[in-house]
Design a protein around this ligand. Sequence first.
Ligand SMILES: [Zn+2]
Length: 271
Amino acid sequence: MPKRYNLLPLALFLLVKSFILHAKEFKILAPKNYQNQKNITVMFKIKTSKQNSFVRAYPSIVALKDNKLIFEDNSTLTYSDSKERTFKEKLKNPTPKDMLSIAYKPSIKITPPTKNDDSGRFRNEKLFKKLYGKNKAEIEKNLTKLTWLDGSTIYFNKRQNALKQLQKVIDELKTLPSEYKKFLSPIGGAFYYRYIKDTERLSTHSFAIAIDLNVANSSYWKWDKTYRYKNKLPLKIVEIFEKYGFIWGGRWYHYDTMHFEYRPELFESID
Ligand SMILES: [Zn+2]
């Protein structure tokens, strides 16, 4: 006689497991002004690939509605003004939508980029100020210490998961064989409140979301005074940063091969 199985415990187990797995994807957002109301409306931010890239990538951005990005403090930022901009204009003053106009291509072989293929170099400064701190003092309040692979202390912004993601990068870089060490140590720098060389635009190092690897094994177009692409950094290192939402300056036509910055909106998904 065939043995009878009671499937109820298995069904219950699968149901609970599925709930636990998916629960990680929900982030409960109850902005301050909601917390003061009697009937608290708890909004679930469900991460899906159909969502706007900024809403998906940044915990502080709640929604995109009526052409405005809405932040958790209920402030807003215009998303697009529908103006056509040249490459230079986008560099100087892009809308958030312009920031996505050149696709980032992670995990591909390293080849010299085509002219102005500079995904991630369009940066709306107002957006970064809202995400990471509106001035030097406010950014400094959001800094947390980390230990780099060479044992030195670096500071990174704890907001928007930037710090958490860099820690994952560090943990994985530690597993690489010793021949990779010369690219990673000594570190070139992380937090540094400054403007981009020859511009009036704040560097992403100012927001403590960028890191430069060993300068001695790197190339930068402004130092070389040419666009003739050069790179020594192995793809293995680049792939580890990209896995966790960091873009690499070595994929830019205006190359900067020591530079990585946390830009999760440019990835479909990150670990
Ligand atoms: Zn840099």
